[in-house]
Design a protein around this ligand. Structure first.
Ligand code: ATP
Ligand code: F6P
Ligand code: MG
Length: 490
């Protein structure tokens, strides 16, 4: 085994191409830290579990589809309770912050961090930071106890509030230091995890015994490496209601068209999964798949064909789709939100108007009836469903176990169905996107029958550009170049 390390990259290599992309530990920069037996040993609920503690060498492969000669590849440290912990219960002063957009399950994660710390590790000093990163230095804190959080998982949103922008690293770390906080739980999307990474760096630079744990949150499912983000299933389920409504409206009237706009700024997973789940959708438009309106093979052509065949149709469009077309026809504003994310123009309204205009202008006028449904905020403002609740619980408990065990600078994430600790750099280095040359998009095209809007030349270009694979789909597991000609049944 060999090991190379800087503050964010801790790579351990082993035999047969084994690579562990490990997460930092407090002992990497603070020597002689005392350890304590894990209090879970004395917890009646857990003491009966055989092998409850995770073996120190347990790791989880990123790629599980392999060939007999494949290198073992990248692994992540398996999450879970350790025999030894690096904090005494009374010593811990934890805080929790939520940043970025809402997502079903935020309250469940908060609840389970609080209850996990309290019931598993006897920690009672837990602060909620009010209103995102800027809350560290500009807002009040909220004292969190199991009683305070008892019912919050039944509510949408985040009881702590959230925000965009306002990440001032040194002010945040000053506040952490001044308050004597030594475990920081940061729940948020890609921007938030980037913010968490720089907070960790600054804490390390100051030599503080403070563990920084991220919990990835993204309704768009745009965080790489992890199988999928919490709240995603809930959002897809809720999107069904809007699609059903669009379908009922469309099929009840001659040449009815239902247009549903869903979230997905740069990644069209919600639209793709909602479409696949529904089976009532005739066309799904996502940011990753360029399309055009006019001419042969264009959207208008397809709508006309579908109306003639079926008398009605449903279009699902992700909010980030077709933004290039919008900026051609509307004056591009290039506005950004406080975190620097591009503010999108309303593609749903725009496309609805363009469809209406097109059919009104036609030579042999086809009278259409278009209904536009915009449930974008409704799908993320709801409480998480049962399976997301369980998922949130596991993510939160994993983060707590990791911080108690002295790990820091990590995101708690599910990889191939196992809880892991992933270094920040791996979840922030790129965004997870739908790969339109992947099988899942092909399944979608097959289910809707829509045109791909690509000619073969474009497909070759896309293939060249889109090396990274998606996680929800066949994913990283099929990235082995040797595997490319072998069809998978997934
Ligand atoms: N590169 C960065 N470095 C430090 N902080 C950042 C960075 N990018 C974003 N942040 C901070 O992280 C917080 C959340 O970022 P953002 O608004 O982009 O949401 P997000 O976490 O990406 O979630 P989502 O995309 O799901 O809404 C903000 O307070 C922002 O200032
Ligand atoms: O909450 P805001 O600032 O309106 O941002 C909306 C954006 O947030 C997201 O829901 C991601 O959190 C995107 O899908 C969407 O574009
Ligand atoms: Mg983001």
């Amino acid at each position: 085994m060999s090991c190379s390390e800087n503050s964010q990259l801790k790579i351990v290599t082993g035999e047969a191409g084994y690579v562990l992309e490990d997460v930092p530990h407090l002992t990497d920069y603070i020597t002689d830290l005392p350890t304590y037996p894990n209090p879970l040993r004395f917890n009646p609920a857990y003491s009966v579990v055989k092998q409850y503690f995770v073996h120190v060498d347990d790791t989880v492969p990123q790629k599980i589809v392999v060939h007999k000669n494949s290198p073992r590849g990248t692994h992540f440290r398996r999450a879970g309770p350790r025999q030894k912990v690096y904090f005494e219960s009374e010593e811990v002063h934890a805080c929790i912050v939520t940043c970025g957009g809402l997502c079903p399950g935020l309250n469940t994660v908060i609840r389970e961090i609080v209850c996990g710390l309290y019931h598993m590790y006897g920690v009672s000093r837990i602060l909620g930071i009010d209103g995102g990163y800027k809350g560290f230095y500009a807002r009040n804190t909220i004292t969190l106890t199991p009683k305070v959080v008892n019912d919050i998982h039944k509510r949408g949103g985040t009881i702590l509030g959230t925000s965009r922008g306002g990440h001032d690293t040194s002010k945040i770390v000053d506040s952490i230091q001044d308050r004597g906080i030594n475990q920081v739980y940061i729940i948020g999307g890609d921007g938030t995890q980037k913010g968490a990474a720089v907070i960790y760096e600054e804490i390390r630079r100051r030599g503080l015994k403070v563990a920084v744990a991220g919990i990835p949150k993204t309704i768009d499912n745009d965080i790489p490496v992890i199988d999928k983000s919490f709240g995603f299933d809930t959002a897809v389920e809720e999107a069904q209601r809007a699609i059903n409504a669009a379908h009922v409206e469309a099929e009840s009237i001659e040449n009815g068209i239902g247009v549903v706009k869903l979230m997905g700024r740069y990644s069209g997973f919600i639209a793709m999964y909602a479409t696949l789940a529904s089976r009532d959708v005739d066309c799904c438009l996502i940011p990753e798949s360029p399309f055009y309106l006019e001419g042969k093979g264009g959207l208008f052509d397809y709508i006309e064909k579908r109306l003639k065949e079926n008398g009605h149709m449903v279009i699902v469009i992700a909010e980030g789709a077709g933004q290039d077309l919008l900026s051609e026809s509307l004056q591009s504003m290039n506005l950004k939100d406080a975190s620097g994310n591009k503010l999108l123009q309303d593609v749903g309204l725009w496309i609805s108007q363009r469809i209406k205009d097109h059919f009104a202008r036609q030579h042999n006028k086809m009278v259409i009836n278009l209904k536009y449904i915009d449930p974008t905020y409704m799908i993320r403002a709801i409480p998480s469903n049962a399976s997301d609740n369980v998922y949130c619980t596991l993510l939160a408990q994993s983060a707590v176990h990791g911080a108690m065990a002295g790990y820091t600078g990590f995101t708690s994430g599910l990889v191939n169905g196992r809880q892991t600790y992933i270094p920040f750099n791996r979840v922030t280095e790129r965004q997870n996107k739908v790969v339109i040359t992947d099988r899942m998009w092909a399944r979608l095209l097959a289910s809707t029958n829509q045109p791909s809007f690509l000619d073969p030349k474009d497909v070759t270009e896309v293939k060249k550009e889109e090396e990274p694979q998606t996680q929800l789909l066949d994913g990283e597991n099929c990235k082995d170049p040797l595997a490319k000609d072998i069809p998978s049944l997934t």
